[in-house]
Each structure stands twice: as structure tokens, then as C-alpha cells.
Design a protein around this ligand. Structure first.
Ligand code: BGC
Length: 712
């Protein structure tokens, strides 16, 4: 038996032993990832027989064929199969589809997000796959950007915590590895333009964009994906300071870096920093990209470079070491545990999905406590109106078999799913339900509005389900205008004019301008893209079968140009507002209602004066003043009052989700570690300055109690 096949040896020894046997071609094959859908015929056969390191987007039995081909190569190195299992194993029709990453972020529930990762890993593994290109750790601060739905929202700290939770879930059973992406600053591209240049400084990189990736490294994330785009005109793919320096050396990342789709070629075709793919391959390899995601041509270029002595083998060896390390750790050489296909969308997975879907919903308005709807039985009529009331594609959102690898119109989901209409029919089974689409999201024809109004007039309550559709977000689909599109606004106004109680439900990929809805609805629910069970959870919330507990992880502007609107903006000393709109957001980060009402009292610190290396605890008493048990998300913000450079007036540094029984008071205690008081100074160093801090603990980024802390 070859030494590297001995599973009793430590991983590092196995890696070195295998590396010492490999030719340059074999090493470069490991650094190559090929899209299964984009190669065919002879080319495909050739790569199969070469023992290519990785394939992406293979499903089902085809993985087996590829594994068998690898077994016929000289060193029998198994391939690693990657897939975009972004919110569940969503490219497989029939698998559990969770709410989008943005939707689940609103749960602030790290345990459930970890469970979502674990369930996804099991379903991905049934297909013989080893690797998900998830989570997205980009910060969504420009809402025009097309990929806001894929993120955990606008706050760097929260993204790090939720990212670490899902990475742990993906990797805990050692069935698959996670991939933290898109490294770095991708979501902050100028003007919200996808895959564009980002204008940020090194200080801001260290303060905001790097920490979630550092957190992912500390959580043991197996891989990182290089972003499309550039920072201050330097393509990420060509940026050795950011890939080798920051990630591999400073953050101690021990896994491997994969490029995004065709990043190497883009150095020549889009970014034009080199004039040939061969130069692109050299630049990318030297910068620290370990594996190139398509096109196959990069393989040939790299081999030429190696044969001509034009690339230092130390770069290739470093890349291959990292790739082999991940493969050995995952057990690819030793036979991974097989997961039966029966786990796909099984009861246990559905239970996790139901729980997280419920906790992801955010109740934005509930005027005069109209919700939960009481006494709804056979004598009542409910009008369910709107283009997203019965559209599962809109509810699933991006990165499902409907949208990838290419958009499809007519696919029938194989698993059991609930739109809001089906959810309402199921939960209010004794009521009379009248449904009308009312209008389209893309087309502005008003023709159907009259029919919808007719249905509304015959009803006791209106549930209007509006939002956006797949054509309006995702890669290549940034939006300049965040108003409700098509005739949705006219539809809502016509429904409101009936004078009936009016509940709004939003199914959307990103915050839209909903000031009118806020003022005119009786209740409003933000559901984002809720996956299989989104519609059922909305209906249950309306019926009061559970108590909502989600809060927004993004702020909502009042109009498209009132941006950026994230909660930790600097104040600005000329008012920081636009003169032609009211100041303030429509909804702020961290906001969300419950059927309970919580009162915060007695905020206290274990010490009010500390030295720079001391940890303290913060406690607050929270009383549930209502007759219903409820979960509250407790948010902790810190303000460094006077610092040598400007810092935000509040920065999230902790949160807890706690269940408080009706009438009970609970004391919630959170830790503040020295690094929570630190910031990156003008020399790009992390520092804690002696000064006054405000510790704010409360129910949203706008409502909190404040205590003073002095650091000496
Ligand atoms: C996206 C990545 C994705 C990759 C593979 C790219 O276009 O930016 O997020 O993982 O494709 O599908």
C-alpha cells in the first residue's frame, strides 16, 4: 500500500508523501476545477482521464463515473465535487429548500442556522458531493446590488457570527466542506454594481470586510472563494496582499482558495490586466488562488508555465498541499460515509426547515393588534391577493433548480411546498378564501386590478402578497429603482380604498421602498424568500399559531436614493440627511415586533471602570408584559465616544435570543471582551484607546438602554 493511503498516518504526513510522488502535470490537474455542464465530448473524456482535481455542478450518479475514472489514474487521487447548495441542496428538485440566507439571518438564531447547515450537508452528501459554495460573507450595504438576498445582511459582526454557525453545521459531520465567499469586499462594489470595482481603504477592509472571513477561518472553514471584481482597481484574483498576505498569513487560513467562475480568464478579458490567459494563470497562481474554477484552458497554460520554468514550483506546491489537505481531512481517500437518499426532504429536515422559517419572519406592523386574526371560521371570507401569493418561484428565490444552471419556466417541484395561498387555505380551512393575482410584477398592466378589488370587497380581511421576482435580483441583476414594480402600487392603493382590514406580506429578495405600505396597512410581514414552507409559516403567524420573533438584518430606505442607509453610518455634521425626504429609515436594522411586549430595565455592568485587557459582563432585566410566551432578540451595541478617528455611534457586538414566558422577567447577561472595544486606527492597527464607552442594550438599533464604561 502506498504510504499516503495509510489512514493511520497524520494528514500532513499523507499530504507530503503524496506530493513527493506527483509530477507537475498531476499537481496542476489538482488545481483545476471544471464545470460539468460546460464541457462535453472528447474534451470531457480527456479531463476525466487526466484525474482533474474538482468538478462543479454534477448531480446524482454522474459523480460515480467521475470517481471511477479517477481510480484509473496513476495516483488515484479522488476528485472533490462542488455545488451551490446555498439555502439547502437547492439545485436538486425534491431537496429541502430553506429560506434564503437573508431570510434566515432575521432569525438571529445561531443554533437553527447551524442545523440548516447540517441538514443541507446531509442532503448534498447523498448525491456524492463534497463541497458547498456557501456561505456568502459579503456585506450588503448598497441595496441596489443584485445579490443582497444571498447575504446575512448589513452588519459585519452579525455576518461573522451567523457565518461561523452555518460553517460549523456544514462541516460538523465531516460530510462536506464549506466555502466562505466572495473574498473580499464584493458586496460593496461602487454603485451596487455586481462584479465591479470596490473603493475601500485598507483600514476599512480590516475594520469591516475581513472580520467575517477571519471568523470563518477560526471556525475551520475548509475553503474560500476569490471574488469577481477588484479593490481600488486591483483584481482580487491578482491580489497577493489580500489572498496570501491577509488571508493565508495573517488569518492563518489553512484550507484552499478557489477562484470564482472564470476569474483567471477575466484577468485578460474583463479586467485587462494581462494580455494572455497564460499570463493570467501565472498572475492568479502567484497571487494565491489554489484552484481555478473553469475554464479548462487554464490547466494547459499552467502546465506550459511549469514546463518552461516560468512559475515558481513553490506556488504550485503550496496550492496542492492545501487542496490535498482538505481532501484527506474529508476522508475522500478513505471512503466517506454514505448517506441514504431517503434523508432528502425527510421529516426531520422538514421540522428544522419549519422552525427556521417561522423564526425568519419579521412582523413589521401590527396596528391595534389586528394580528393574530381571531375567530376566523366558516362565516368569514379572506381575500388573498397579489402576484406573489401563489408563485413558488418568487418564494424560493435565487439559486434553485428554477434559476440555475439556466433559468427554467415550467418545472414542477417534486417536494411538498406551500405558497401563502396554500398556507392560508390550510390554516384557515373553515374560512372562505378568494384568490386573485391582481397584477404582474414586471408588466404594468392594470387590467386585473378590478377583479382583485371585487374579491376584496366580498371579504372580511385582505392579505396582499407583493414583492419582487427572480428577474429583479441575482447576478447581473442590480436594480436602480427599489420601488414596487409593475402595477403593484396601484393594486395596493385600490385594495386599501375598499376600507377592509388590510394585511401586507412581502416576498422579496431585498428591501424595497415600502413607506406607503407602512402607513396604510393594518399589519405587515416581511417574509423575504421563504423556501418550501414560507407560505405555511406566514399563514400560521397570521393565525397566531406561533409568536413571531425575527428582526431585520438590513435597514429599509424610504426611497431608492436614500442610500446608504445602514444603521452604523456616521452621523455627519450637516444633518446627514437629504433635504427632500424625511430623515430616518422606514425600518431600521434590528427591528421586529412580537405578539408579546418586552420591557428592558436595570442595565448594569460588572464594572464601570476597567483596564484594556479586562473582560466585563453586561446584564439587563427583560420583562414579558404580555399574556403570551415569546422569544426576544437582545441586541448589544457599543459606542466608542471619543476616538482618534471617527467610529460609528453604535456597533453591534453581541446578541442573544431568549424565550421569556408570559409575565416573567429574565436577566440576560452578555460578555464584553477587550477586542469588542477595539477599532482599527489610522495606521491600520487594531487598538483600544483609553476613553469613555457607551454600552447600549435593547430591542433594536434605535431603542435601547445605555450604561457608561470607562477604559483606563
Ligand atoms: C458565483 C458564485 C458561485 C459560482 C459557481 C459564480 O457566478 O459568483 O457565487 O458559487 O458562480 O456557481
Amino acid at each position: 500500500m502506498r504510504e499516503y493511503m495509510n489512514k493511520n498516518l497524520p494528514v500532513e504526513e499523507r499530504v507530503e508523501s503524496l506530493l513527493s510522488l506527483m509530477t507537475a502535470e498531476e499537481k496542476i490537474a489538482q488545481m483545476t476545477q471544471i464545470s460539468y455542464n460546460a464541457v462535453s465530448g472528447e474534451e470531457y473524456e480527456r479531463f476525466l482521464n487526466l484525474g482533474i482535481g474538482s468538478f462543479l455542478h454534477v448531480l446524482g450518479e454522474d459523480t460515480q463515473k467521475i470517481r471511477e475514472a479517477a481510480q484509473k489514474t496513476r495516483l488515484k487521487i479522488p476528485p472533490i465535487f462542488g455545488i451551490d447548495a446555498i439555502h439547502g441542496h437547492c439545485l436538486l428538485n425534491g431537496a429541502t429548500i430553506f429560506p434564503s440566507q437573508l431570510a434566515v439571518s432575521c432569525s438571529f438564531n445561531t443554533e437553527l442556522i447551524r442545523e440548516m447547515g447540517r441538514v443541507t450537508a446531509r442532503e448534498v452528501a447523498t448525491d456524492g458531493l463534497d463541497w458547498t459554495f456557501s456561505p456568502v460573507l459579503c456585506i450588503a450595504r448598497d441595496l441596489r446590488w443584485g445579490r443582497v438576498d444571498e447575504t446575512f445582511g448589513e452588519d459585519s459582526y452579525l455576518i461573522g457570527e451567523l457565518g461561523a454557525a452555518i460553517i460549523d453545521g456544514y462541516q460538523c459531520d465531516n460530510l462536506i466542506v464549506a466555502c466562505a465567499k466572495h473574498y473580499l469586499g464584493y458586496g460593496e462594489a461602487t454603485g451596487g454594481r455586481d462584479a465591479y470595482d470596490t473603493e475601500v481603504t485598507e483600514r476599512k477592509i480590516r475594520e469591516l470586510f475581513l472580520p467575517p472571513f477571519k471568523r470563518a477561518c477560526d471556525a475551520g472553514c475548509g475553503t474560500v472563494m476569490t471574488a469577481y471584481g477588484s479593490i481600488d482597481s486591483v483584481p482580487l484574483t491578482a491580489n497577493a496582499d489580500i489572498l496570501r498576505g491577509l488571508l493565508k498569513e495573517e488569518c492563518g487560513f489553512g484550507g484552499f482558495v478557489v477562484t470564482d467562475w472564470e476569474n483567471v480568464r477575466a484577468l485578460m478579458t474583463n479586467q485587462m490586466v494581462v494580455s494572455s490567459i497564460k499570463d493570467a494563470a501565472k498572475t492568479a497562481g502567484e497571487a494565491g488562488n489554489d484552484m481555478s474554477m473553469h475554464p479548462p484552458k487554464v490547466y494547459a497554460c499552467m502546465v506550459e508555465l511549469a514546463n518552461e520554468g516560468k512559475i515558481d514550483m513553490k506556488y504550485i506546491d503550496d496550492a496542492v498541499r492545501r487542496i490535498l489537505r482538505v481532501k484527506f481531512k474529508l476522508g475522500l481517500f478513505d471512503g466517506k460515509a454514505e448517506i441514504p437518499r431517503s434523508v432528502i426532504a425527510c421529516e426531520e429536515h422538514r421540522r428544522v426547515n419549519m422552525e427556521i422559517t417561522r423564526e425568519s419572519l419579521v412582523l413589521l406592523e401590527n396596528k391595534n393588534n389586528i394580528l393574530p386574526l381571531k375567530n376566523f371560521g366558516d362565516s368569514k371570507t379572506i381575500a388573498v391577493i397579489g402576484p406573489n401569493a401563489d408563485d413558488i418561484r418568487a418564494q424560493y428565490g435565487d439559486w434553485t433548480y428554477f434559476s440555475h444552471p439556466e433559468p427554467k419556466e415550467n418545472v414542477i417541484p417534486e417536494n411538498d411546498y406551500y405558497t401563502v395561498l396554500r398556507g392560508i387555505k390550510t390554516v384557515f380551512k373553515d374560512s372562505n378564501i378568494l384568490y386573485n393575482e391582481g397584477c404582474d410584477i414586471m408588466d404594468s398592466s392594470r387590467e386585473s386590478i378590478a377583479e382583485a378589488v371585487e374579491a376584496a370587497e366580498k371579504s372580511d380581511v385582505i392579505i396582499a402578497v407583493v414583492g419582487d421576482c427572480l428577474k429583479q435580483y441575482g447576478e447581473f441583476r442590480d436594480r436602480a429603482d427599489l420601488e414596487l414594480s409593475g402595477a403593484q402600487f396601484d393594486l395596493l392603493k385600490a385594495l386599501k380604498a375598499t376600507g377592509k382590514p388590510f394585511i401586507g406580506v412581502l416576498i422579496n429578495g431585498k428591501p424595497l421602498c415600502i413607506e406607503w405600505l407602512k402607513s396604510n396597512c393594518d399589519a405587515l410581514i416581511e417574509a423575504f424568500n421563504g423556501g418550501d414552507l414560507g407560505g405555511l409559516a406566514v399563514a400560521e403567524l397570521i393565525a397566531g399559531r406561533f409568536n413571531p420573533s425575527g428582526k431585520l438584518t438590513l435597514s429599509f430606505p424610504c426611497c431608492s436614493s436614500q442610500m446608504p442607509c445602514y444603521y452604523n453610518l456616521y452621523e455627519g455634521w450637516h444633518g446627514g440627511r437629504y433635504m427632500d425626504v424625511e430623515p430616518g429609515n422606514v425600518y431600521d436594522f434590528g427591528y421586529g415586533l412580537s405578539y408579546s411586549s418586552f420591557e428592558y430595565d436595570n442595565l448594569r455592568l460588572s464594572k464601570n471602570v476597567v483596564s484594556r485587557d479586562e473582560e466585563i459582563t453586561v446584564s439587563v432585566d427583560i420583562t414579558n408584559n404580555s399574556g403570551i410566551d415569546g422569544k426576544e432578540i437582545v441586541e448589544l451595541y457599543i459606542n466608542d465616544v471619543v476616538s482618534s478617528i471617527m467610529t460609528p455611534v453604535k456597533q453591534l457586538r453581541g446578541f442573544e435570543k431568549v424565550m421569556i414566558k408570559a409575565g416573567d422577567t429574565k436577566t440576560v447577561t452578555m460578555k464584553i471582551k477587550p477586542e469588542d472595544l477595539s477599532f482599527i486606527n489610522k495606521n491600520c492597527e487594531r487598538t483600544i484607546e483609553s476613553c469613555e464607552f457607551e454600552i447600549k442594550v435593547g430591542t433594536s438599533s434605535k431603542e435601547y438602554l445605555t450604561a457608561k464604561l470607562t477604559v483606563e
